[in-house]
Design a protein around this ligand. Structure first.
Ligand code: 6R9
Length: 657
């Protein structure tokens, strides 16, 4: 295994000191971090017992950790005898003191009037919807698929499921009907919650029509009811007996709904993510450990103080939207901004305008969004002041130092802390990050482990690397928010994360540790690529391509892309009765878009008469990556190939001229 792309050598980069505003008022300074980190590692039971007390438990846990990371006997339980309800923690317990505090400010796609939802209103909406779900027959443990745009109803839906103990599976609105059907089939959802359409950057996304197409497929037959939010008001096809208007049922629903008492290890949600094989993985998170960790990380990583206005731009369809738009901040009683659209639509001034409109103190976004804004230059920033900002955070992909500096210097006027947070769907919450009051930050580095997290580097043989070095990033011990399984495929969970380097959690990322002990994430070491901060399995795109009649064989790799971080580069060998053409090029792009969704659309298609393979028939992706990246002079050893002659041919026809 080796990392797919390299970052700048750490020694070139000067640390940026802790900002004055965090020196006195932050939750953590360097000394406190060091002491608390040491305690969290030396005495995890005590540390996590204390941390669990940040939640409201119906039955406080007496058992804290119960962990065996053995591939033959994997066992992960946190707070196992505790009982609680996630929605009660995110809403009800704030009501006595803060019922009128704003929980959500919702900014529409087109600049316009915001919706303002207080904690009292959130309680009312979630209770009503929870009753609607019950009325529709949803019971504890049932799965509900949520396929909604970035509107408050998405948050209501997640929390309504949590309130009655149903397991939500949010599917990103950009996914195709096929992808939705596959996810419904995998977890056997009985109900889909969707909207007539979504809006993003002025474009309509036909969500209801996509659900209709998904449910027309035989594999999605478990879903017998569709609850439809009227959002754009556009026309939709209607299936009597199956489709129900959200507003109709909400109109008569009761505002009283007792939260279900859940065990700490009861599932809270499933979230599908890409892996290195074709089928998406249904990552399962449970209740007590996940929520404890979401709440603690949200408070410490963003140095959240009551009254702060916090904006996370992530879509609820991704883990960042789950943990840091919904569960973490709401568990802490925070005021969140939720925006429907894109931070650079209608133009690049929008991000700053939203910051000013709500006086945002903390912005959590993705490097790809920063690069897209940066491409428009500093000009649009003149249309906003952004003087409320205190902290800028990123997640999802490595942030290149140029984007880091632009974020820090131009967006934040040099006065806001920048934190680069490394984590994954499977980790549930942030794992490696600077804390704004404790750490001078190095642009491009994810820096230090969070409390309770023991990262390590191992070489390809699994030997631990001491001191500075580069290798596979693993975690040596459990933390409360780690995923418990993959829905319906526990063996795949064990094989993917606990088998490669026995006794550790294998992240699938590569990292470098510098002489100060700071971590630099170098990228995936498997066949997963990261496009605009979205994880894509190359195998998924390949299997979509080979299902097209003209395609004999396909290989997909990532290549450096200025805005997206990585673009999707596709090598296609055609069947003998087809030949390359502009029409086929466009058709194949459309095909993948239709099969998976717009985020999987290939950026470049390279017509390849043959693919470099080993004698045993394995495609040599290492070589394909190099050719895609235009790094022809470092192709490495090609002597083991079955037909070495294909390599110069591919170099010659490299598309990205
Ligand atoms: C939160 C999230 C996880 C993958 C992960 C890694 C990449 C995430 C990163 C980062 C460098 C960071 N990644 N954060 N790479 N620096 N700060 O994005 O979850 O969608 O599951 O993706 O994203 O490769 O393995 P998820």
């Amino acid at each position: 295994m080796s990392a797919t792309h390299a970052t700048v050598a750490p020694s070139d980069i000067q640390p940026v000191a802790v900002k004055p505003r965090f020196r006195d008022n932050a939750w953590m300074d360097a000394t406190t971090y060091d002491a608390l980190y040491a305690r969290s590692i030396d005495g995890p039971d005590t540390f996590w017992r204390e941390q669990s007390q940040r939640l409201h438990w119906r039955q406080p846990p007496t058992q804290i950790r119960d962990i065996r990371w053995d591939k033959n006997d994997l066992h992960i339980r946190w707070f196992a005898d505790g009982q609680l309800n996630a929605a009660e923690n995110c809403i009800d317990r704030h009501l006595s003191a803060h019922a009128d505090r704003v929980a959500l400010y919702w900014e529409p796609d087109t600049p316009g009037e915001a919706r303002v939802i207080t904690y009292a209103a959130l309680h009312q909406q979630v209770c009503k919807l929870a009753n609607v779900l019950k009325h529709l027959g949803v019971r504890k443990g049932d799965r509900v698929t949520i396929y909604l745009p970035m509107i408050p109803e998405a948050v209501f839906a997640m929390l309504a499921c949590a309130r009655i103990g149903a397991i939500h599976s949010v599917v990103f609105g950009g996914f195709s009907p096929e992808a939705v059907a596959g996810r419904i089939a995998d977890c056997g959802s009985s109900l889909v919650i969707t909207a007539d359409a979504g809006l993003r950057g002025g474009r309509e996304i036909p969500l209801k029509a996509n659900v209709d197409a998904a449910l027309a497929r035989p594999e999605a037959k478990a879903a017998s009811k569709v609850l439809v939010v009227q959002h754009t008001g556009g026309a939709v096809d209607w299936h009597d007996g199956r489709d129900l208007w959200y507003h109709d049922l909400m109109a008569t629903a009761s505002e009283q709904c007792e939260p279900a008492v859940m065990n700490a290890e009861d599932p809270l949600f499933i979230l599908y993510t890409s892996g290195s094989t074709g089928k998406p993985k249904g990552v399962l998170h449970t209740t007590g450990g996940y929520l404890t960790y979401a709440s603690l990380t949200h408070q410490m990583v963003f140095d959240y103080h009551p009254g702060d206005i916090y904006w996370c731009t992530a879509d609820v369809g991704w883990i960042t939207g789950h943990t840091y738009l919904v569960y973490g901040p709401l568990a802490n009683g925070a005021t969140c901004v939720m925006s429907e659209g894109l931070p650079n639509w209608p133009d690049a001034a929008r991000l700053g305008q939203i910051i000013d409109k709500f006086k945002v103190n903390t912005l959590y976004t993705a490097p790809t969004a920063i690069r897209a804004l940066m491409a428009a230059g500093d000009g649009p920033l003149a249309q906003s002041r952004r003087d409320s900002l205190k902290l800028l955070a990123t997640a999802g992909e490595p942030i290149n130092p140029a984007a880091w500096h632009w974020f820090h210097d131009s967006v934040g006027h040099g006065g806001s802390a920048v934190v680069d947070t490394w984590w994954q769907t499977e980790t549930g919450g942030v794992m490696i990050t600077p804390l704004p009051g404790a750490h001078a930050t190095k642009p491009g580095a994810a820096m230090r482990p969070f409390f309770g997290i023991r990262p390590a580097l191992v070489d390809n043989d699994g030997t631990l690397i001491d001191g500075p070095g580069e290798g596979n990033l693993v975690i040596l011990d459990s933390w409360p928010a780690q995923a418990r399984t993959l829905w319906g495929d526990h063996q795949r969970f064990i094989d993917t994360y606990f088998t490669t380097f026995p006794g550790t959690y294998c992240s699938g990322d590569g990292a470098r540790r510098d002489a100060d002990g700071d971590y630099w994430i170098t990228g995936r070491v498997d066949d997963v690529i990261n496009v605009s901060g979205h994880r894509m399995g190359t195998a998924e795109i390949e299997s979509a391509l080979v299902s097209h009649p003209a395609v004999a064989e396909a290989a997909v790799v990532g290549y450096p892309h200025e805005i997206k971080g990585q673009g999707i580069y596709v090598y296609v060998s055609l069947t003998c009765d087809h030949s390359p053409s502009d029409e086929l090029y466009a058709e194949l792009r459309q095909w993948v878009r239709r099969e998976i969704g717009a985020i999987a659309t290939p950026d470049l298609i390279h017509w390849a008469p043959g693919l470099p393979k080993t004698r045993s028939g394995k495609i040599m992706r290492r070589i394909l990556r190099k050719i895609a990246a235009n790094e022809h002079d470092s192709l490495g050893d090609v002597s083991t190939l079955a037909e070495p002659a294909v390599v110069p041919q591919l170099v010659e026809t490299r598309m990205n001229r």
